[in-house]
Design a protein around this ligand. Structure first.
Ligand SMILES: Nc1nc2c(ncn2[C@@H]2O[C@H](COP(=O)(O)OP(=O)(O)O)[C@@H](O)[C@H]2O)c(=O)[nH]1
Ligand SMILES: [Mg+2]
Length: 347
């Protein structure tokens, strides 16, 4: 030991320290590499994928096809399956007319396989949805020759104002110039709610101060939308008046004054229906259709409801297409209706 000069020990110590520091650095870098990358916030497109239609329609599936499946899994009912199926159908949200159509194609054979039922019902649903066209023009962009005027109707609480907000967002994201008009003049809160949505989606908001007649608002809105070169005007409307017939008369007037201003308007009369209201939704649709001639249905709150089957009844009975569906309260939770996906999610 004593043979080496003092400097030798100092140098050896320094080398050792250097090796230690280098090892620490290598270790640190290696550990950092191994750590999983930070989870980035999903973009709106990715979030859209998160709420799948299948998830949204889980309850509808179990309340309809789930019950039919149970019949086959219960050995006690093997002798009167058809009766049991009939009962499930009549307690579903299809509506009696559609149930009869389904039973008609099943025939009177008491012994039928679950697979055969599934195939028969699927086929029937496909036929029902294929009898109408669910396409909504300009939903994904394009330049309309004149402003497209879409009137949004439906009972209070169905989701009209929220849907207009989501729709405005979708259309303006597709590059269209959008204006929303506060035609529900009977409730101050309705105007404010629409304004919030307009700001959120960055579109024009139209609500002339002091004008409290819905048809006057609609008339002016069409004029201003044409002057400003808007691509789409979405007109919100009231969902309740003193009586239902007052409401229908008011809405008919709104529709009339729009066509006085622009002969081809309104280009769409869309009813917003809350899927949770089941058979009531079908009744509402019928009433509004008789008064206004609907061009399409927007079925909201499909997320979580067990009554999504009403979609089939509405289309079968009224021959009005479901054009859009609402699957949540957020801006991105509005989708075009795709019948194949819908059918595969419920049966
Ligand atoms: N879960 C869910 N809630 C919705 C959907 N669409 C609307 N809502 C909610 O339904 C409620 C009533 O909506 P609103 O737009 O005010 O209905 P309006 O009276 O027809 O204008 C609000 O709380 C909305 O957030 C949907 O697709 N899913
Ligand atoms: Mg509203």
């Amino acid at each position: 030991m004593g043979n080496y000069p003092f400097e030798f020990y100092v140098a050896a110590l320094l080398v050792l320290i250097a090796i230690l520091i280098a090892a620490l650095i290598v270790g640190f870098v290696w550990l950092k590499k191994k750590r999983p990358p930070e989870v980035s916030k999903p973009t709106s497109k990715e979030r859209e994928k998160l709420v799948t239609l299948e998830e949204a329609l889980k309850n509808t599936r179990s309340s309809f096809f789930g019950k039919i499946k149970n019949i086959f899994e219960n050995p006690e009912v093997s002798s009167n399956q058809l009766e049991e199926i009939e009962e499930v159908l009549y307690t579903s949200d299809l509506g009696p007319k559609t149930v009869q159509r389904f039973l008609g194609v099943l025939g009177s054979e008491n012994k039928i396989s679950l697979e055969a039922i599934k195939a028969t019902f699927k086929n029937e649903m496909q036929e029902i949805f294929q009898s109408v066209n669910p396409h909504l023009n300009y939903l994904d962009g394009g330049k309309p020759p004149t402003p497209q005027i879409w009137m949004i109707v439906g009972v209070n609480g169905a989701g009209k104002t929220t849907t207009i907000g989501k729709l405005a967002h979708r259309l303006s994201s597709a590059g269209l110039k959008v204006m929303v008009a506060a035609g529900d003049t009977f409730r101050a809160a309705a105007k404010d709610q629409l304004q919030v949505w307009a700001e959120r989606s960055g579109v024009e908001y139209f609500s002339p101060p002091g004008v409290d007649s819905p048809s006057a608002v609609a008339f002016d809105a069409v004029k201003v939308a044409m002057q400003k070169g808007m691509d789409v005007l979405l007109v919100d409307t009231a969902g309740r008046l003193h009586t239902q017939s007052h409401l229908m008369e008011e809405l008919k007037k709104v529709k009339r004054v729009m066509s006085n201003q622009n002969a081809s308007a309104p280009h769409e009369v869309l009813i917003v229906l809350d899927a949770n209201s089941g058979q009531n939704a079908l009744m509402q649709a019928r009433q509004f259709h008789e008064a206004l001639g609907l061009t399409g249905v927007i079925l909201t709150k499909l997320d979580g409801t067990a009554k999504g089957g009403v979609a089939i009844g509405v289309v079968n009975e009224l021959k009005v297409p479901i054009k859009l569906i609402g699957v949540g309260e957020k801006m991105e939770d509005l989708r075009p209706f795709e019948s194949e996906k819908f059918i595969n999610s419920i049966i």
